[in-house]
Design a binder for this molecule. Sequence first.
Ligand SMILES: [Zn+2]
Length: 317
Amino acid sequence: MFSMSEKIAGIDIGGTKINFACVEGEEPGCDVISLKTPGTSRGILDAFYDGVGQLIAKHGIKAIGIATAGTVDLENSRVTGSTGNLPAGYSGLELKKTLEEKFNIPVLVENDANAAAYAEFKAGSAKGHLNTITITLGTGIGGGIIANGKLIRGRSGAGAEIGHIPMTPEKKRKCTCGAWDCWEAYASGTGYALNARELARKIPVNNRKGVLKDKNIDELTTYDVISGLNNNDKFAVEVHNLWEEYLSMGIASLMNVFEPDSVVLSGGMAKFINYDALNAKIRERVVIADTQLVPAKFENFAGLLGAVYLASEKFFR
Ligand SMILES: [Zn+2]
């Protein structure tokens, strides 16, 4: 059983909002403050510092764990790169140094997908699994890999970018990272819509029925297709099967390389997965013994919680 000996602030910096919480025990305890991030970098940074200051003053916070979009250096101190999914002013900002100087308490920074994996490992769906991978399926694909109880962070901290495994030599789709045909260009929520449009264009206009009826194919969304699944729409089922096929390719690759106890699926797209169907597709592609495929426990607060667990272990043990 993991428990926090000190109150620690958890902060999650995402593209559209920043969440603050104070954590005791296993879950966010008090005062989840949410800050919307659009605006000038100066304004958002000032509001960010205010949010941190309020939490510390009100709750006697002893350390800060930050989960952030973008890659983070090996020293867990700052963001070293992002694909444009961070609020203005954060990329390259000396987060640890700045906050430690302002508030005089220790700070740890970790990539959000790594932090989410750590939370699932410490207290979530992968609790007790020394080898586990958490995959976050949203507009992109993030991942965190735990091997022998430790996060794999790579040579500079930028490792475990599982969303950018190349899928095909065809150079069909440009990824947000600038490369061609990454896994997330096919198996994320964004990829889902692109798969749907590609399939829809092959159907003659006169034959477009169900979710495709009277639709502008360029505007076809993931939601349009998902909504058709309930009616067993033929096109929607085909798109969904193809998506699970792409999902299985990436997941089976990871399973074959790491032979984990479990793979945890998180993020907005994870709730649309048919686990039996996906498991069957994975089984066709793996050379290792069974690995559990499980839904995440912590969803929205996983990154924040994971950063808190990492800070607690680093500063109070
Ligand atoms: Zn990529």
